[in-house]
Design a protein around this ligand. Structure first.
Ligand code: GCO
Length: 453
């Protein structure tokens, strides 16, 4: 199928996404406080190759060049996050004006170049001072987070029309507070359930605060979603898939939609009620203007009697010998279509934006070019699936590629390259990959003066 931007209509939002800790560097510049990722990355053997994000893409200093590059690629929406500890170095208390100044410069430059900023308030980099007080496991986080959100809206809400409260709560609570493989490296069920419940309240609370301070802003929040299927067509694998799906895909969206947590499928989740205070059930719900869907792959799941809580295990793509990315995620474009259809069946979902989709491949830079044809195919195939869903009536209103440029991929360090733009981390040189050129061409509208690349 030959697709073009026109098929999606003029209102469709096309963009790219990034996150502060993954690109900014400047980890202690101009009064910034440390975040849990700054601290976690200093510990041995937490990050592949002992990499860290202290400098990363040096976006803190090089943002003018990067935003100009975005304009050259005809990208008209830019989703980025604010580093909480740049604004509040200790998480709460006095504001760091220099941090505010940085985001003002960034927002103003985007607007000058006709790029709409979409801001994620929390993309995993909690101020470390707050972690020392328990971080997401401490119910006080609701107050800390509310103050931070209110400050951002007061300072930037006059120019930023689209706000995203949280990035993938399942991942930062699951990997950070249950498995301990992401910052802050905590483990265990009680850490997870308390962190998860407070995050679920914060996602709704954040929406309420934004709307009460600036009713004209559009508010959303994002969720990771991997379409889950049973490995074999057996009763046991089917049950395993159901439980995994509830945990991975339903645990945060359903309370927001007023449906509560999926207790029925995953019984251990009931223990989350230990962290309830009066009024919490209602407090978990909020009607967002849009929901951000972040999809990369599907998961096949089989029954595994010794796995705690879900008795299920994901079978990796490499084991199944199917096409996969460097993250060992199967390349399976219909997953995004499944996800869109499923979300459209929920009540109260007004608009869906694909806030992340993309792939890491072993990119090689040869004589100043990166021929990443696999990424081009990946993007084309996924965009096509989005179009199919749109034509079927799903209210999908935007698509953002993860990501603008190669960056710090959390526990995987700088190994997986997800960018449309190649970054040489020694020289900080940027090279537009073939996929970047392709996206720039795809986005070009005839009356647009810019030429990609
Ligand atoms: C996430 C985050 C991004 C990742 C991307 C690739 O979805 O995990 O939002 O920060 O870098 O998804 O793994």
């Amino acid at each position: 199928m030959q697709i073009s931007r026109k098929d999606f209509g003029p209102e469709f939002h096309w963009g790219v996404s990034t996150a502060a800790h993954q690109i900014e560097g400047g980890y202690s510049a101009d009064g910034k406080g440390l975040s849990i990722w700054d601290v976690f990355s200093q510990k041995k053997k937490k990050i592949l190759g002992n990499h860290h994000g202290n400098i990363s893409c040096d976006f803190y200093n090089r943002y003018p060049e990067d935003i100009a590059l975005m304009a050259r690629l005809n990208i008209s929406n830019y989703r980025f996050s604010i580093a909480w500890s740049r604004i509040f170095p200790s998480g709460s208390g006095p504001v760091n004006q220099k941090g505010i100044d940085f985001y003002n410069r960034l927002i103003n430059l985007c607007l000058e170049l006709d790029i709409q900023p979409w801001i994620t308030l929390y993309h995993w980099d909690l101020p470390d001072t707050l972690e020392k007080k328990g971080g997401w496991t401490n119910r006080e986080i609701i107050h800390w987070f509310s103050d931070y959100v209110a400050c951002c809206i007061e300072r930037f809400g006059d120019r930023v029309k689209h706000w995203i409260v949280l990035n993938e709560p399942m991942v930062f609570t699951g990997a950070g507070y249950f498995l301990g493989i992401h910052a802050p490296g905590k483990k265990g069920l009680s850490n997870f359930l308390s962190a998860a419940h407070h995050a679920a309240i914060c996602q709704a609370e954040g929406g309420r605060i934004i709307k009460s301070l600036r009713g004209s802003c559009k508010v959303g929040t994002t969720f990771s979603y991997s379409h889950v299927e049973p490995f074999r067509n057996t009763e046991k694998d089917l049950i395993a898939a159901k439980k995994t799906d509830a945990l991975l895909n339903r645990m945060f969206i359903e309370p927001l939609l007023g449906m509560g947590y999926p207790f029925r499928e995953v019984r251990m989740l009931r223990k989350i009620e230990n962290y309830y205070k009066q009024g919490d059930s209602a407090r978990l719900a909020f009607e967002m203007d849009f929901l951000g869907l972040q999809n990369y792959t599907r998961e096949l799941v089989r029954h595994a009697p010794f796995m705690p809580f879900v008795k299920a295990r994901i079978i990796k793509a490499s084991k199944r010998q199917v096409e996969h990315t460097l993250m060992d995620w199967e390349v399976y474009p219909p997953a995004i279509h499944h996800a869109l259809l499923r979300w459209s069946k929920y009540k109260n979902v007004k608009e869906i934006i694909i806030t992340e989709n993309g792939a890491a491949f072993a990119d090689i830079c040869k004589a100043g070019t990166v021929s990443d044809y696999k990424r081009i195919q990946y993007l084309k195939d996924h965009i096509e699936q989005v179009l199919i869903a749109k034509r079927e009536g799903v209210p999908v209103k935007g698509y953002f590629v993860w990501t603008l440029m190669d960056n710090f991929e959390w526990a995987e360090g700088f190994h997986p390259r997800f960018g449309l733009v190649y970054v040489n981390f020694e020289t900080q040189e940027r090279i537009i990959k073939d996929s970047g050129k392709w996206y720039g061409n795809f986005l070009r509208v005839s009356d647009h003066p810019a030429e990609p690349a």
